[in-house]
Design a protein around this ligand. Structure first.
Ligand SMILES: NC(=O)c1ccc[n+]([C@@H]2O[C@H](COP(=O)([O-])OP(=O)(O)OC[C@H]3O[C@@H](n4cnc5c(N)ncnc54)[C@H](O)[C@@H]3O)[C@@H](O)[C@H]2O)c1
Length: 263
């Protein structure tokens, strides 16, 4: 029960494969109260209501690119909890150019703007809204999910690589301001390839997944283990970890070559 008494907002649970879904379940198991949120369009699939029932959590729709929606989400969450939140999970990613199959050398820039807005600027918008509404408690914790394509080239990841680089940079920069003002920590977790809707949207994902699995001494980290790591970061056991990009990848990021892969 390491989150006993804590209150948080979980973005991005689409279906039971979503990393955010597993995080929501683990938060509640560890004693937290949560609010679930996702884009209004994702609500139509209806899956999130099952999770809401299971977690006894309200669902407050918000398009994470809309400041109005984010204000409404944070205000309603504070009303629901009767106070500020202690933690936030940003688990949002979508590339318009990837969806539409545009090669990297021919990217459409309007779509790229949208990709950055959804996948990265929404993180800044969330933190800015929390700041403006004074919505997060001192010693709170904010986590965003990212991928190693921010540092290394994975050609099929396309403009999502730049989105993740931006996301990680926002974590550092806003981490400074939130840390100085309120001792709030901001980190990103760089997760292994994971079989989810967003993951499988990437071309050649299965090959990508198998390659990383073989390269990593511990194998790919599953979504459930990522949820455990998020819980650790929301808990009071990690109060001085901030402005970090934390690899949760079975060792992949440190490997050069693995004989298992050659075989
Ligand atoms: N799956 C992987 O291989 C992998 C690896 C590393 C990092 N990640 C990251 O993990 C996070 C969660 O992805 P996932 O793999 O669980 O996939 P997912 O498809 O289950 O989750 C992505 C979520 O983003 C939400 N979303 C999209 N547009 C939105 C908007 N405008 N407003 C609010 N929400 C919006 C979707 O509705 C969905 O719930 C993403 O940031 C992703 O990039 C995934």
């Amino acid at each position: 029960m390491i989150l006993k008494g804590k209150k948080g907002i979980v973005f991005g649970a689409l279906d039971n494969q979503s990393i955010a879904w597993k995080v929501a379940e683990r938060c509640v198991e560890e004693g937290a109260q949560i609010v679930l949120t996702n884009a209004p369009v994702a609500m139509r699939m209806g899956e999130i209501n099952k999770l809401a029932e299971q977690c006894k959590a309200p669902v407050i729709p918000a398009d994470a690119t809309s400041l109005e929606d984010l204000e409404n989400l944070i205000q309603k969450s504070m009303e629901h909890f009767g106070g500020k939140v202690d933690f936030v999970l940003h688990s949002i990613g979508m590339s318009v150019n990837v969806r539409k199959g545009k090669p990297y050398m021919e990217l459409n820039y309007d779509w790229m703007q949208k990709t950055f807005d959804v996948s990265a600027i929404s993180f800044h918008k969330t933190m800015q809204t929390l700041w403006k509404l004074d919505g997060i408690n001192d010693w709170g914790s904010i986590v965003g999910l990212t991928y190693i394509a921010a540092q290394r080239v994975f050609p099929d990841y396309s403009e999502m690589a730049e989105s993740k680089a931006l996301l990680e940079s926002f974590a550092r920069s806003f981490g400074y301001h939130l840390g100085t003002a309120k001792n709030v920590r901001v980190n990103t977790i760089s997760q292994s390839p994971t079989m989810t809707t967003a993951g499988q949207g990437i071309k050649g994902f299965q090959e990508f997944f198998d390659y990383a699995d073989k390269m990593s001494p511990l194998g790919n980290a599953p979504a459930e283990a990522c949820a455990d790591y998020c819980i650790a970061l929301f808990s009071d056991l990690t109060r001085f970890v901030t402005m970090q990009n934390l690899f949760h990848d079975g060792g992949f990021s440190t490997m050069g070559m693995n004989p298992a892969l050659v075989q």
